[in-house]
Design a protein around this ligand. Structure first.
Ligand SMILES: [Ca+2]
Ligand SMILES: [Ca+2]
Ligand SMILES: [Ca+2]
Length: 345
């Protein structure tokens, strides 16, 4: 009965057991994206299957979760987050043993308050440990516990707001360009699939590059930082000049979220670095000037000289020529990257 409230995605996920890597514990559904009306009560189930050769001891508990700015899951005690649905959930059973090739159904009920709007969420944690067949003396065994999250999200239909903004566009590294786009969900509804694109245009508006962003989910109030590397080849440099980076994201709202960033690339003005008698050289013509002392070859003397002169204008005002790790600056990490290049050649 509960199935009719689920999104198509959740129903599809429920049709087959989901393989969780690094383990042979199978969970039939790892996300419930519910749309129960306010005040509703419902009971749902998922199954846990032991596909290993040894018996497992399973513990079930509630947790809060969100995602960090890179999209990684983070977990908290239940009821920590302001939009926690953990207080509405009750789960049974809370612990059970699972013999190999056996499965156990876990039931949870959800009681949606009548006065909420937007998405609330929590997780049902499934924790597996090897079953202890005989009592162990304390302090002598290490039990490997593995934790899996079954996510539960609830959004009463017709409630909440959709709002999304691009809060940052930047370019860090130019060879090839690395685009950064930060998006914030300023609404109260979970956006399960944000899609979008980045465009690079020259000063005349000519499209130089268009990249599709990998789609991502985002919780209310969350920010997500996307890093996208240009498809341009290393050494295929953008000539000095002014460029426009445009990002457009579709988060399912009535309008798209857009933003733009003006990228200015200054001409290099290379001068001798430190004790060198000539300006640094780009030996392989890839836009990076690895021959810091201009003796015609790349040796360990080059990172050493760069390291000694990192803070000098000769380096910092031409940072892109020495940005060997391509992160948009010339710093000690680039000295290390150049040292590795020198050792490898
Ligand atoms: Ca080079
Ligand atoms: Ca050299
Ligand atoms: Ca760098």
């Amino acid at each position: 009965m509960a199935r009719r409230w689920m999104s198509a995605g959740a129903v599809l996920a429920g049709l087959s057991l989901v393989w969780l890597p690094a383990s042979a514990l199978l969970i039939s559904q790892i996300e419930f994206d519910l749309a129960l009306p306010r005040g509703a009560v419902d009971t749902l189930t998922f199954s846990v299957l032991n596909n290993e050769t040894d018996p497992l001891e399973i513990q079930i508990s509630l947790a809060d979760w969100d995602r960090d700015i890179t999209g990684e899951n983070r977990f908290y005690p239940p009821g920590t987050l302001p939009r926690s649905a953990a207080p509405w959930l009750s789960v049974s059973p809370l612990r059970f043993d699972l013999e190999p090739n056996k499965q156990q159904e876990v039931r949870f009920s959800i009681k949606v308050p009548s006065d909420i709007a937007g998405t609330y969420w929590a997780a049902i944690m499934v924790e597996a440990a090897p079953k202890q067949t005989q009592p162990q003396p304390p302090g002598t065994t290490v039990i490997v516990r593995r934790r899996f999250a079954v996510k539960v999200l609830e959004t009463p239909p017709g409630t909440g707001t959709k709002d999304g903004r691009i809060t940052l566009i930047d370019v860090r590294g130019l060879n090839p360009p690395n685009y950064l786009v930060e998006f914030e969900n300023r609404g109260t509804i979970h956006a399960p699939r944000v899609t979008g694109r980045i465009e690079l245009r020259d000063e005349k508006g000519t499209l130089l590059e268009k990249l599709d962003l990998e789609s991502f989910p985002i919780l209310p109030g969350a920010k997500r930082l996307l890093k996208v590397t240009s498809a341009r080849k290393k050494g295929d440099l953008l000539p000095p000049g002014k460029y426009l980076v445009v990002a457009v994201l579709d988060y399912g709202g009535e309008t798209l979220a857009g933003g733009q960033f003006v990228l200015r690339i200054k001409p290099l003005q290379l001068v001798p670095i430190g004790t060198a008698s000539a300006p640094p050289q780009d030996l392989d013509k890839d836009g990076l000037y690895e021959d810091i002392n201009a003796d015609g070859k790349l040796t360990l003397d080059d990172p050493a000289l760069l390291g000694l002169n990192l803070d000098r204008p000769a380096v910092q005002e031409n940072a892109r020529a020495f940005d060997f790790d391509n992160d948009g600056d010339a710093d000690f990490d680039d000295v290390i990257a150049l040292k590795k290049m020198a050792q490898g050649s």
